[in-house]
Design a protein around this ligand. Structure first.
Ligand code: ADP
Ligand code: NI
Length: 215
């Protein structure tokens, strides 16, 4: 199978995993990550486009939050063998996917390939801004999390003691989304993240204003 055919097969494999998803891991998310990753690579002038597309297409077929992780890796491994991806390339793709996730910042100090940084930045960009906000509420709705619980924090994007708050969509902004801007690796992603970050701050400020309108 040539690389073009492999990419088509990877797209099909991805679609079979993400059909009917309402947790923010839908096909459109994956396709945005593919496009954004290719855009970043073009802007930065580097990275193997085939590897970037393969990793981006397959990155969310493994997610500990949603599936049995080790089985998902095995399935992915078997799939890559089946479509004739070389052992060397397979390792590179799987390594990117393993270190994609945020995991409370734990994966952040791990050195990655250039392609890995690019795909991870693209995935993180899709978690912030208007789309990031929409995905967060979709995820929260799916898992029966409320929009917000508790007192309004003093500072909008600043730190607060997370343990004081129970799970909610807005809490997720503090847990993760407001931190992503400073975790982008490429300059291209940093610049895009600036605008999206400001938009989220504006959104959360307005949210709290409406939450406690008479205050
Ligand atoms: P990805 O790896 O594709 O960025 P995640 O698996 O981290 O996605 O989550 C999918 C979407 O749901 C993201 O937009 C993320 O910010 C959001 N999300 C993840 N965990 C929560 C949560 N506890 N509450 C609300 N939204 C969440
Ligand atoms: Ni993703």
């Amino acid at each position: 199978m040539n690389q073009y055919q492999q990419l088509k097969e990877a797209e099909k494999y991805m679609k079979s995993h993400h059909s009917d998803d309402a947790t923010g891991h839908d096909i459109e998310h994956v396709m945005r990550v593919v496009k954004m990753a290719l855009f970043i690579a073009e802007q930065e002038g580097g990275g193997n486009p085939y590897m970037i597309q393969m990793a981006a297409l397959l990155h969310d077929t493994v997610d500990s939050k949603l599936t049995d992780e080790s089985k998902a890796y095995q399935d992915l491994d078997t799939f890559l063998d089946k479509i004739d991806v070389s052992a060397q390339m397979k390792d590179k793709i799987l390594e990117i996917i393993e270190h994609m996730s945020y995991r409370s910042g734990k994966n952040n100090d791990i050195e990655m390939s250039r392609e890995g940084y690019i795909v991870r930045d693209a995935d993180r960009l899709d978690a912030i801004g208007a789309i990031g906000i929409a995905r967060t509420f979709q995820f929260a709705g799916h898992f029966n999390e409320p929009m917000w619980v508790g007192e309004i924090p003093d500072s909008i994007s600043g730190e607060y003691d997370l343990d004081d708050y129970s799970p909610s969509a807005i809490k997720h902004f503090y847990d993760k989304l407001f931190k992503l801007k400073d975790l982008m690796h490429t300059e291209t992603a940093q610049a895009i993240a600036e605008e999206r970050h400001r938009f989220m701050e504006y959104f959360v400020a307005q949210f709290f204003k409406e939450w406690d309108f008479t205050n």
